[in-house]
Design a binder for this molecule. Structure first.
Ligand code: GLN
Length: 227
């Protein structure tokens, strides 16, 4: 592992993409369905190798995993058909950092409404699927996100889940206004090595949230200890 002073030194000299290239080896992107290609592109922009994961063997040796947006019922059905529930559960127990976007957030939640399959249950959050209501089921908003710098992030929401409950160990990194509820609700949450966003950073050119995840991988993941 590189020590903090070495990272600072490298950062002063090289662009961000090279730093992650040095600190993080391979991030997997679950590629059963959804926008996995866009996540791969964002990771590559940061200089990190990405691997599409469809089989249990492809989870081996990863430093982190992204579960993309898509349709959670389809994900679950494919996970069951591809016999991925058990291997993903085992992968989770090894403590490797995981980030879920939108449907991926639903997969990480302990509880999800209106889903006939189990979730992976990694995070102490409850989500309501498709709860923004039809007329505003897709929208965009510029929101501040903790940990990525002062500039707001252009967040794209597509039939996003509403985060209904967050447990005491969960840090809320960003909120957005929910018309239907008339309140701010969490849209980016972190619990130790797990990150979930109800919006889609991979659909923008802004790689700051991908970089934030890579920072979790670097500091909390197994790349921070000898392999
Ligand atoms: N509405 C989808 C679901 O319930 C999620 C949409 C998305 O990932 N963009 O799974």
């Amino acid at each position: 592992m590189l020590r903090p002073y070495a990272i600072r030194h490298l950062r002063a000299q090289f662009p961000e993409r090279l730093i992650y290239n040095i600190c993080v080896d391979t991030i997997g992107v679950l590629a059963l369905q959804g926008d996995f290609i866009e996540h791969e592109a964002s990771l590559r922009r940061l200089g990190v190798r990405a691997r599409q994961v469809r089989k249990a063997e492809e989870l081996r040796g990863l430093d982190g995993l992204i579960i993309p947006g898509g349709e959670s019922t389809t994900f679950c059905r494919l996970m069951s058909d591809f016999r991925l529930y058990e291997p993903l559960g085992a992968f989770l127990r090894t403590g490797v950092p995981i980030w879920g976007t939108c449907a991926g957030m639903i997969m990480l939640a302990k509880q999800a409404s209106d889903l006939d399959f189990p979730t992976l249950g990694a995070m102490d959050i409850a989500v309501l699927r498709n709860a923004y209501g039809r007329q505003v089921d897709s929208f965009e908003a510029d929101i501040p996100v903790k940990g990525i710098g002062p500039e707001p992030f252009h967040a794209v929401f597509i039939r996003a889940p509403v985060v209904d409950m967050v447990g005491p160990g969960v840090e809320v990194l960003a909120t957005a206004w929910d018309e239907k509820l008339g309140a701010e609700t969490p849209v980016a949450v972190r619990e130790r090595q797990y990150l979930a966003t109800s919006f889609h950073p991979e659909l923008t050119q802004d790689t700051r949230i991908h970089a934030y995840f890579l920072e979790i991988v670097r500091t909390e993941g197994r790349s921070s200890s000898p392999k």
